[in-house]
Design a protein around this ligand. Sequence first.
Ligand code: URA
Ligand code: CA
Length: 436
Amino acid sequence: MILLDIIEKKRDGLELTGEEIGSIVGAFVSGELSDAQMSAWMMAVCCRGMTEREISDLTLAMMNSGGKADLSDLPGIKVDKHSTGGVGDTTTLVVAPLVAACGGTVAKMSGRGLAHSGGTLDKLESVPGVCVEQTMEKFKSIVMDIGVCVIGQSGDLVPADKKMYALRDVTGTVKSIPLIASSIMSKKLAAGADAIVLDVKTGNGAFMTTLDDSRKLAREMVKIGSNLGRKTVALITDMNRPLGMAIGNGLEMKEAIEVLTGKVPLTDPLVKVCMQLGANMLMLSGLADSYDDAKESLTAALLSGQGFIKLRSMLEAMGGDVNYVDEPELLVQASRIVPVCAEKNGYIGSIDARKLGVAAALLGAGRFRKDDVIDPAVGILMNKRYGDWVSDKEPFAYMYVNKEDNLEEARSMLVSAVEMTAEAPAELPLIYDVIK
Ligand code: URA
Ligand code: CA
């Protein structure tokens, strides 16, 4: 097969066969197809799109480019959860232990933060000692003992995605539904779960900013999962504000611990989204017949502290110092806490969640380059939410600071992220849709 012909075929908007897609991916991983050629092909995909069949074939080719985790010796239905990436999006640290406390089996591989969006691995590592790189045997034995373990993706899974993502990042080809859907789903499928709950974020702090695009992405991913034999559900949730109050790794771990120890009301947006995600995980696991049933179990696991015990046990099994879990203040020992006020009185009428994520990253909570080092103690703690009234004397947020380098830039980013209005804004939905 002549590889150049396949690039030209996609350039001209024609549908590729599974064999052609397999050749492109295989040749790229082996080095036979150059970076320039792959970039051209991916740009053609961005501009021309792909059919549902092509997206499934691309996902399959990527999934088969490396090793696959075999979880078949673990009992029951293994359920995974994946967020497309958000700000203050602490759901995994809350939901995974709660689902385990309800009898679910959560064997999950997570990622690191990228640009403005946080990553679960960085949050786990805010607890000193936690090692997110575990052998497959240890990973499975923790899941067997506790019901939940969240680790980094092992090195040999989906090498095609690693190579493709690095190119996409520098060639303007990140924002493409076929490329995002296949990137996420190839990794989820290779990680071995039987059931997958997707949290597709929508809004100014998400990859997909419009509801229409988010729905398209969610539908494509659900179709891929179902076509390849996994039970898959997608929630579309709001990212026009941070989901929780904390943005930063230790701050988010602390917030998750506060949720699991009953210090956050059940009406809190973070808790509500966690309940919806968890309920869908329990239903796909066959552990609840209805949403109400599932929510009741999850609420009981939260209020009894069983969810907290799961999180604590998991972190301990991964090498973590549980003093930090029992006294979460220790997670956020920054040298300075700096209040930030708005420029005028008013309601918080809109929030640019992406800017909050960037401001937290400027303080050292995130990475701008792959090898930037994260400071787990720093970040932003919101004091007010979307729709709250706030005076210009009252901080709407606090910055947790260890290094002064980018402090002023972070402050002005934060101030510019909130728009103050004279009237209270309309309420925003938290969950827009559930796609099965
Ligand atoms: N997350 C991924 O894993 N891949 C993408 O392409 C986008 C978000
Ligand atoms: Ca994430």
